[in-house]
Design a protein around this ligand. Structure first.
Ligand SMILES: Nc1ncnc2c1ncn2[C@@H]1O[C@H](COP(=O)(O)OP(=O)(O)OP(=O)(O)O)[C@@H](O)[C@H]1O
Ligand SMILES: CC(=O)C(=O)O
Ligand SMILES: [K+]
Ligand SMILES: [Mg+2]
Length: 593
């Protein structure tokens, strides 16, 4: 039983586009098995130029059910039967999906797969091959390396290990490189992992360079203009206030500071200075978003073929556009996605154009909370998440989700509530920072993210809660509009018909992202021919990316997919699916034969 809605768009600009719609049948539930009930099936052809103009004679010979004869399904069934007779499993190795998704599907079925994606920052606590493998098993979709820390050799080693893990163990973990950016930060504490600043102590913040070991109570600062820009009486905040100093004296390159809020200083911690209760942005506001060191790191990332580059302290859309054209000119397959980190006042000011210019955004709450009042961070998060969804860009919620798990094996109740809220807002991905980079319980922290995500997502589906977020049209061409309408309709149909899965055949991933944007109840199987597209889709809500070679012939693609997935026990006969594709703009509803 199969039904299709086809949109045939004429290549000639003069002739009207033609839409073919065949009515879906009604499905009734009998226990756990849904049985399609045939109603009178008719194909409708709608001309775009006159929507009311119906013509029953122009349905597709291949894909549209003709008056209930089940054009698609009957041929799918026949084809499938033929494939079966020949050798369905001989081909079964030619579909690539990561082992975690496969296991999840086999064990628990479609409904229970996790929709929210998980990112782990890799650091000393997790850079070993076994540690990386443990994170991958636990559900890490993306490994993040932060160029603020470690050497390029260290990062290369991590990338190689993740790649080896993918190749040898069948994972599909993507790699995100995060730039250092040129905001003001402390040096590396002369190699010490931390230093304790006590109340009333005088520390020297200096722009002088030292060979290790550093003199006692000395902090180097990366920004040359620091000593000139600060004034006696300014507050100096480390990591947004984890440790606080007051500037008491300036002597050339040295700035003597009195510790007023004691705490632990960590290497390369961010520094901000405040005057009369306001963040001071002197000449450092003119620092380039991408420093010369960042450009070298970006070259490194391009050479290593990372999947995402996250740009720290983005101020405007221009820098994102510049980086994207730089990557396009240099990257082999030109498709490294650029993620704009929203962590400064300027990035909030230019939010929409920044998100529009980028391939995704990160709510980098750590530094954001050091630049705006803390009580403003939650509403900014909500706003960014919503805007990204509207503009169809994946969004990551990052920093301090489970901060206490750096030291303790269980999170605080407040942290669990924070994670729940991010999942409820339906951000695409959650990110661990220190919890996985240098914490004592990286795997446990990831487990918390996974289980909380699963629970909130399930409750949401059970309660049939659909949020009332308006999704404006974002298409820039007629063809894009059709894709968008198809995806919106397919997602709605999927919810109404309670289908088991949406299938999307997408060469560049765009149709998959449009479906993800609708946040449908069922999972989205995204089939793409390119390994790099598959890895990038890892960041998007609800998408299960598969790599598969396919043709322009949807009928044979579906046959092949059913055959391959059935052979691996990932779908079964009777499962109800809706398929869309960006090659033939159509919606098909069918039971797996
Ligand atoms: N490659 C690394 N080597 C050593 N320590 C690391 C590394 N990556 C992260 N860390 C540690 O984990 C902490 C949290 O990581 P995270 O990536 O959030 O960095 P951050 O310094 O807070 O900066 P950012 O604002 O870019 O996130 C860091 O402060 C650092 O102590
Ligand atoms: C992730 C990051 O850069 C931040 O929260 O500041
Ligand atoms: K960074
Ligand atoms: Mg930051």
């Amino acid at each position: 039983m199969s039904h299709a809605i086809n949109f045939f768009v004429s290549s000639s600009s003069h002739s009207p586009a033609t839409f073919t719609i065949s009515r879906p049948s009604v499905f009734v539930s009998t226990g756990s098995l849904r049985v399609p009930v045939k109603k009178s099936l008719r194909s409708l052809v709608v001309k775009a130029s006159a929507a009311s103009d119906l013509d029953e004679s122009q349905s597709s010979p291949v894909l549209v059910s003709e008056n209930g004869s089940g054009g698609v399904l009957s041929s799918v069934t026949k084809e499938y039967g033929r494939n079966n007779a020949v050798a369905p499993s001989a081909d079964s190795s030619s579909i690539e999906v990561d082992t975690v998704t496969e296991a999840e599907l086999k064990e628990n079925g479609f409904r229970s797969t996790r929709r929210t994606k998980l990112i782990c920052t890799i650091g000393p606590a997790t850079c070993g091959f076994e540690q990386l493998e443990a994170l991958a098993v636990e559900g890490m979709n993306v490994a993040r390396i932060n160029m603020c820390h470690g050497t390029r050799d260290w990062h290369r080693m991590v990338i190689e290990r993740v790649r080896r893990l993918n190749e040898e163990k069948g994972f599909a973990v993507a790699i995100m490189m995060d730039t250092e950016g040129s905001e003001i930060h402390m040096g590396d504490l002369g190699g010490a992992s931390s230093a304790k600043a006590e109340d009333g102590e005088i520390w020297n913040f200096t722009v002088r360079a030292f060979d290790p070991p550093l003199p006692e109570r000395t902090i180097t600062v990366n920004y040359d203009g620091f000593a000139e820009d600060v004034k006696v009486g300014d507050d100096l905040l480390v990591d947004g206030g984890m440790v606080r100093f007051e500037v008491i004296e300036k002597i050339g390159p040295d700035v003597k500071c009195l510790c007023t809020d004691p705490g632990l200083l960590l290497p390369r911690a961010n520094l901000t200075f405040w005057r009369d209760g306001k963040l001071v942005r002197e000449r450092n506001a003119m620092l380039p978003t991408i420093s010369s060191k960042d450009w070298l790191d970006i070259d490194f990332g391009i050479a290593e073929g990372v999947d995402f580059i996250a740009v720290s302290f983005v101020k405007s859309a221009e820098v994102i556009k510049h980086l994207k054209s730089y990557i396009k000119a240099r990257a082999r397959d030109g498709d490294i996605a650029v993620i704009a980190k929203i962590e400064s006042i300027d990035s909030l000011r230019n939010l929409e154009e920044i998100i529009q210019a980028s391939d995704g955004a990160m709510v980098a709450r750590g530094d954001l909370g050091a630049q705006i009042p803390l009580e403003q961070v939650p509403s900014e998060q909500q706003k960014i998440v919503q805007l990204c969804r509207q503009l169809n860009r994946p969004v990551i919620v990052a920093s301090q989700l489970l901060e206490s798990m750096i030291e303790y094996p269980i999170p605080t109740r407040a942290e669990v509530a924070d994670v729940s809220e991010a999942v409820r807002q339906r951000g695409d991905a959650l990110m661990l920072s220190g919890e996985s980079a240098m914490g004592q319980f990286p795997e446990k922290a990831l487990t918390v993210l996974r289980t909380v995500s699963l629970r909130i997502e399930r409750r949401w589906r059970e309660q049939k809660r659909r949020e009332v977020i308006e999704l404006p049209s974002i298409a820039s061409s007629f063809s894009d509009s059709i894709s968008e309408e198809i995806c919106n309709s397919a997602a709605k149909m999927a919810n109404n018909l309670e289908v088991d899965a949406l299938f999307v055949y997408t060469k560049n991933g765009h149709m998959a992202s449009l479906l993800s944007r609708c946040r449908p109840d069922c999972p989205i199987f995204a089939f793409t021919t390119a390994t790099s597209v598959r890895r990038r889709l890892n960041l998007q809500w609800g998408l299960m990316p598969f790599r598969l070679n396919y043709s322009d012939d949807m009928e044979s693609n579906l046959n092949k997919t059913f055959s391959l997935l059935k052979a691996r026990g990932m779908i079964k006969s009777g499962d109800l699916i809706i398929a869309v594709s960006d090659m033939l703009q159509s919606i098909q509803v069918m039971n797996v034969p």
